[in-house]
Write a protein that binds this ligand. Structure first.
Ligand SMILES: NC(=O)c1ccc[n+]([C@@H]2O[C@H](COP(=O)([O-])OP(=O)(O)OC[C@H]3O[C@@H](n4cnc5c(N)ncnc54)[C@H](OP(=O)(O)O)[C@@H]3O)[C@@H](O)[C@H]2O)c1
Length: 306
C-alpha cells in the first residue's frame, strides 16, 4: 500500500514538475571546447581580443560590460573597455571605431547598446568592420544570416539555439512563438528557427506590442520565446502544459529588499514553472549563454584572422 502511494507521488511529481533549463551545464560544455581552441590559437601566438565601447554610465550596461570583460580574462583572452561621456559626437565615435578596425590586437569590436539619442546606432554598428562584428548586428551580417549563410550569429539568439540543442528540445515541425521583434533578439531568432539550421525548421509566429490578443498566439506555442522587457508579461493562463519556454527578459523591478530591487524575466516563473514542459530561469538561463556565444564569436574572428 505504502509502495503504491510512493509510486503515485513520484508520478504526480513527474506530472507537475517542469524541467528547468539552466545555462550552467551548457556553458561548461561549450567552454571546454572553446578553451581548446584558445590554446591552439595561443600556440600560434594569437590571443582572441575584444574591444568594448561603452558610452555613458547606464548601470545595467556597466554590469554587462564588466561581466563580459571578466569572462574574457578568465578564459585567457584579451579584453579592453573604452568608456566615453554621453556627449561624445557621432563623428568622434565613428573615428574611434575606425582606429579599432585597424588595430590587430582586436579581433572583435562591440558597441554596448543602447546609445544616446543623438547617435544613430545602426550607423555606428555599420562602421564596424563586418569581420570584427562579433555581436552580429552589422547590416551585412544580419543579411547573411537571413540569406542562410551566417558569419556571426547575434549572441543571444545563438545562445538560445545552443540551449535548445543541449536540452534536446525538438524544433522541426514545431510551432515557435516569439514575443518581441527587436533587431538583436526577436528578428534573428525568427531567422534561425524558421530556416533549415540546427534547431530550425519550425513554423514561426512573431508577436509584438500590437498583437491582439497575445494570449491567442502564446497558447498555441510548442516553443515560446519571450523577449519584450516587460516584467512577468507571460502568465500561466497564456501557456499550454507542453510548451518549452525561453525567457530572454532581464528586468530590474524595485522592491522593499535591502538591495531595493530584484531581477525577473518576461515570464511569471513562479506561476508558469510546474505547468509547462520546460522553462529557463532568470537569472541563470539565457543571460550567461549570451556572454558564452560572444566568446565563441570572438574566437571565430581570431581564427579567421580578422
Ligand atoms: N539575456 C540576455 O542576454 C539578453 C540580451 C538582450 C536583451 N535581453 C533582455 O530581453 C528583453 C528584450 O530586449 P530587446 O532589446 O529585444 O527589447 P526591445 O528592443 O525593447 O524590444 C522589445 C520588443 O517587445 C515587444 N513588446 C513590448 N511590450 C510588449 C507587449 N506588451 N506585448 C507584446 N510584445 C511587446 C516590442 O514590440 P514593438 O516592436 O511593437 O514595440 C518589441 O518588439 C529585455 O528585458 C532585455 O533586457 C536579454
Amino acid at each position: 500500500m505504502i509502495k503504491k502511494e510512493i509510486l503515485l507521488i513520484n508520478n504526480l511529481e513527474k506530472f507537475i514538475n517542469s524541467k528547468i533549463l539552466y545555462s550552467k551545464p551548457v556553458v561548461e560544455k561549450l567552454i571546454a571546447h572553446a578553451r581548446k581552441e584558445i590554446k591552439q590559437l595561443s600556440n600560434q601566438n594569437i590571443v582572441p581580443g575584444l574591444a568594448v565601447v561603452l558610452i555613458g554610465d547606464n548601470p545595467a550596461s556597466k554590469i554587462y560590460v564588466r561581466n563580459k570583460h571578466k569572462f574574457f580574462l578568465t578564459n585567457h583572452c584579451h579584453s579592453e573597455t573604452f568608456t566615453f561621456d554621453l556627449n561624445i559626437s557621432q563623428d568622434e565615435l565613428l573615428s574611434f571605431i575606425e582606429d579599432l578596425n585597424q588595430n590587430n590586437k582586436f579581433h572583435g569590436i562591440l558597441v554596448q547598446l543602447p546609445l544616446p539619442n543623438h547617435i544613430d546606432s545602426q550607423v555606428v554598428i555599420n562602421s564596424i568592420n563586418p569581420s570584427k562584428d562579433v555581436d552580429g548586428f552589422h547590416s551585412e551580417n544580419l543579411g547573411k544570416l537571413f540569406l542562410g549563410h551566417p558569419r556571426f550569429i547575434p549572441c543571444t539568439p545563438y545562445g538560445i539555439v545552443e540551449l535548445l540543442d543541449y536540452y534536446d528540445i525538438e524544433t522541426t515541425g514545431k510551432h515557435a512563438v516569439i514575443v518581441g521583434r527587436s533587431n538583436i533578439v526577436g528578428k534573428p531568432m525568427v531567422s534561425l528557427l524558421s530556416q533549415s539550421f540546427k534547431k530550425g525548421n519550425a513554423t514561426v509566429t512573431v508577436c509584438h506590442s500590437k498583437t491582439n490578443p497575445l494570449r491567442k498566439y502564446t497558447l498555441q506555442a510548442d516553443i515560446l520565446i519571450a523577449a519584450t522587457g516587460v516584467p512577468n508579461l507571460i502568465t500561466s493562463d497564456m501557456i499550454n502544459k507542453h510548451v518549452n519556454i525561453i525567457d530572454v527578459g532581464i528586468n530590474r523591478v524595485e522592491d522593499d529588499s535591502e538591495k531595493g530591487y530584484h531581477i525577473c524575466g518576461d515570464v511569471d516563473f513562479k506561476g508558469c514553472s510546474g505547468k509547462v514542459n520546460s522553462i529557463t530561469p532568470v537569472p541563470g538561463g539565457v543571460g550567461p549563454m549570451t556572454i558564452m556565444m560572444l566568446l565563441i564569436n570572438t574566437i571565430k574572428a581570431a581564427k579567421n584572422g580578422s
